[in-house]
Ligand binder design. Structure first.
Ligand code: AMP
Ligand code: GLY
Length: 435
């Protein structure tokens, strides 16, 4: 009997918990998070309410429950060294130690690692801690730049010229805001093209890749509005995306493999867990946008919903360094995942309102909610994700819309994710860029 601990309580962790619970390997599941997610609670033996980044509490709970394996959902506990401490206490972890998780927690570290193993995948960039030279570098990039806070900001620390930043002065204002808060930042060349996510299971030596997925970071239809944690995602039944060639996918897979290897070389520590490469196909080929040290959210819902192999068996192989021999395969189905989020999200989200939905619906993944007096209350971040899957992506999209219409509250979602209109326009735009 495997005692499995899941850290975190969002939609991604619902997907992880469900996948573990469906394993043919006998298991009992425990969860630690700040709020009780009722869908996770239903599948758990015990639920411990505490901050997932409170390393001492996580370790003492794991000891008390004699946990065999911990699966870390979000990035914050990775940054705090929860894996270092759990492994020290004898608990194997799906998730990297903090020294290797820096591939996500420090954007300058990530760029340095990519420079060491595949420099052609990096955009031009410079790191700054003061305003000296910033304007100059923005001008060198022809006014086409991105300002990135060098740390964790839940996907919201990046501002792009011509989109969030209307002119050089707005760019300088944002840079000054970061400096005044004691932060470091990068200015990068603004890459133009189509983004896609490629996640790989990694056991330190071997990478087994998942289907590629496209996320939508912007809050509103037509890719308008501020960046968010991700409003929705889709993947195609052939495990590719219509603007990508097989060569593009192989290039992204190779990049994840090189990065995992470089991390071992650079830190002396194996990368164990899910390595998430955020890529962009540009006219100059596939480039790295960012790396994450965990499952993407919403991408986890897309890939775990079609995982054919036994998830817990994969996790055990990961921590035991036996991934090479492990079967990792996915159903040939398209998926469309849409988040419903509070009105005002991400800048000034409504919160504290009641959410009405069917918690037993397997296509529904509750996220930033809590139970209060037996009522489901929205906490302000992304509320719930709904997945549609089918051989036909347009049907998958229709299923996810139908699911969304059954979640009621002060909520909105992006209607365009996974639609023919949006996907065709992206393919057309990419064709135009490639010439
Ligand atoms: P990150 O937190 O690094 O994933 O950035 C969030 C979003 O900002 C990405 O998904 C991209 O849409 C955008 N972004 C980040 N870096 C760049 C870049 N160098 N060029 C263009 N867009 C970028
Ligand atoms: N979907 C983007 C992320 O998980 O960071």
């Amino acid at each position: 009997m495997k005692k499995v601990l899941v850290l975190g309580s969002g939609a991604r962790e619902v997907a992880i918990t469900r996948s573990v619970s469906q394993s043919s390997i006998k298991n009992v599941i425990f969860c630690i998070s700040k709020d009780i997610n009722p869908q996770i609670d239903d599948l758990c033996e015990d639920y411990h309410v505490c901050d997932v980044s409170d390393v001492a509490s996580v370790v003492s709970y794991s000891r008390k429950k004699e946990i065999d394996l911990a699966i870390v959902g979000p990035e914050n506990p990775l940054a705090c060294g929860v894996v270092n401490a759990l492994e020290h206490a004898g608990v194997r972890c799906v998730g990297p130690k903090k020294e290797v998780a820096m591939i996500e927690t420090s954007k300058s570290f990530a760029r340095m690692i990519v420079d060491l193993c595949c420099p052609e995948k990096n955009p031009q960039r410079k790191e700054f801690i003061s305003i000296r030279g910033v304007k100059n570098f923005m001008e060198t990039l022809g006014g086409e730049y991105v300002v990135k806070f060098d740390g964790l900001m839940g996907g919201k620390g990046v501002r792009v010229s011509g989109e969030h930043l209307k002119n050089v002065n707005e760019g300088l204002d944002y840079a000054n805001e970061i400096i005044n808060n004691g932060g470091r930042f990068l200015i990068e060349e603004k890459l133009i093209g189509e983004e896609f996510s490629l996640m790989s299971f990694v056991d330190g030596k071997t990478c087994k890749h998942m289907p590629v997925v496209q996320d939508h970071k912007r809050a509103f239809d037509g890719d308008a509005g501020p960046n968010t944690g991700g409003m929705g995602t889709y993947s195609f039944g052939n495990h590719s995306l219509p603007f990508l060639t097989q060569k593009n996918i192989l290039e992204a897979q190779k990049t994840n493999e090189l990065v995992a290897k470089q991390l071992l070389k650079h830190t002396g520590l194996p990368y164990v867990g899910v390595l998430y490469g955020g890529f962009m196909l540009t006219k100059d080929g596939v480039k790295v946008i960012e790396y994450n040290a965990r499952f993407g959210d919403p991408e986890a819902m897309n890939v775990l919903s079609i995982l054919k192999s036994d998830f817990l068996s994969i996790c055990i192989s990961l921590v035991e360094g036996r991934l090479e021999k492990e079967e990792v395969s996915f159903d040939k189905l398209a998926t469309v995942c849409k988040y419903v989020v509070p009105i005002g999200y991400p800048n000034s989200p409504a919160k504290g309102f009641e959410v009405f939905c069917d918690q037993n619906d397997p296509s529904l993944f509750l996220a930033s909610v809590m139970l209060k007096d037996k009522k489901l209350i929205a906490c302000g971040s992304r509320t719930a994700a709904v997945i549609g899957k089918n051989k036909d992506i347009w049907k998958a999209e229709a299923f996810s819309e139908e699911g969304v219409s059954n979640v009621l509250g002060k909520l909105f979602h992006r209607k365009d994710i996974g639609t023919k209109g949006l996907i065709d326009s992206r393919v057309k735009r990419m064709k135009g860029l490639l010439g």
